[in-house]
Design a binder for this molecule. Structure first.
Ligand code: TXA
Ligand code: MG
Length: 314
């Protein structure tokens, strides 16, 4: 076995047990987790110190694999064939999510769409081939600092907390992938990148509209947030009779309809957040949801951010 294979094997075993691995891509280095493991995905937010849950891109090795997780229209297939196969260019497609897959709902932040991309870096592709699972991977840097295009920059950002790094040299593109949303009526550019609007329009033979939001750093964040249909109250010690109680931590009196984490583990709570809200929301038994107080430290900040936004949605 050569040294590179050894490194990839090591990365696979870390990812399979729910650890993070820094991976090279042609755009920027990514902080990768097994996208089917909610607690692993929660570690991404923890390490990045992101105060908010943003849906993440899943990385896959080929189009066939992508089709297991996302619904491809003819248009999506056309773009995928050109930019992921024939003439690799960094492109992420936002597509309808396939139902009943094992994708963690933290990856999509509870949305019914999913962002997919095939990177073109040979080491990333080899890893995805061996791992045979989708990888959620935002840029490998702390929140608010710039995206790393070398492993040195990754180490500067995370210091002693840097996870295992798969070395892949300097990133050729140096800018995050273009994001195109194909889930609506018209193709919409959510994030500009090296694959330009003109290139997309040429292949699609159709106009692409630009994202009109005010917050370009977090495209797709504003309008598309998942919010439960039921009224939500936060920081509650008990629920009203017609409400479901979403608990956190030990529950001696068994007040919880569902519990985000019996042991008070914030990573576990984050992993359960969207799926549990969704489950309560879809039940006919309740008129509202009361949520227990969640500590505001670490990833608890993002959980509270999400919950407090959901209280404003009606
Ligand atoms: O170049 C890249 O794309 C890098 C490398 C590491 O591959 N990755 C990257 O991933 O930038 P990430 O997860 O940070 O990109 C997330 C962006 C967010 O701004 C998010 O709003 C958008 O993708 N996004 C993800 N899923 C979405 C969805 N379902 N709907 C709308 N936007 C989505
Ligand atoms: Mg980033």
């Amino acid at each position: 076995m050569n040294i590179e294979e050894d490194y990839i094997k090591q990365a696979c075993s870390l990812l399979n047990k729910g650890d993070l691995v820094v991976i090279p891509t042609e755009t920027v280095y990514g902080l990768a987790a097994d996208a089917t493991n909610g607690q692993a995905v929660a570690k991404i937010y923890e390490l990045k110190q992101r105060p908010q849950f943003n849906p993440l891109i899943i990385h896959l090795k080929d189009i066939e694999d992508c089709e297991k997780w996302a619904v491809f229209s003819e248009k999506a297939k056309k773009l995928a064939t050109v930019f992921w196969q024939e003439n690799p260019f960094p492109l992420t497609l936002v597509l309808r999510k396939k139902n009943s897959t094992s994708l963690s709902s933290l990856v999509t932040a509870g949305l019914d769409t999913v962002a997919v991309r095939i990177p073109s870096h040979p080491i990333a592709l080899e890893l995805l081939e061996k791992l045979n699972k989708p990888l959620a991977a935002p840029s490998a840097n702390r929140s608010m600092s710039i995206s790393p295009t070398s492993s040195i920059a990754v180490r500067q950002s995370f210091g002693t907390e840097t996870p295992y790094v798969l070395e892949g040299g300097n990133c050729k593109v140096g800018l995050e992938s273009t994001i195109l949303d194909l889930s609506g009526d018209q193709p919409q550019l959510l994030r500009p990148g090296a694959t330009t609007i003109e290139m997309l329009e040429n292949v699609l033979d159709q106009k692409v509209i630009s994202y009109q939001g005010s917050d370009l750093k977090a495209p797709g964040m504003m309008k598309r947030h998942y919010a439960p249909g039921l009224p939500l109250r936060i920081n509650c010690l008990t629920a009203n009779p017609d409400e479901a109680f979403l608990g956190f931590g030990k529950d001696k009196e068994q007040k919880s309809t569902l519990n985000l984490s019996m042991f008070g583990n914030l990573g576990e709570a984050a992993a359960n957040l969207f799926s549990m809200l969704n489950e309560l929301d879809n039940s006919d038994l309740y008129k509202g949801i009361a949520v227990a107080p969640i500590p505001i430290n670490g990833i608890g900040l993002a959980i509270n951010d999400r919950l407090s936004r959901a209280t404003y949605s009606f």
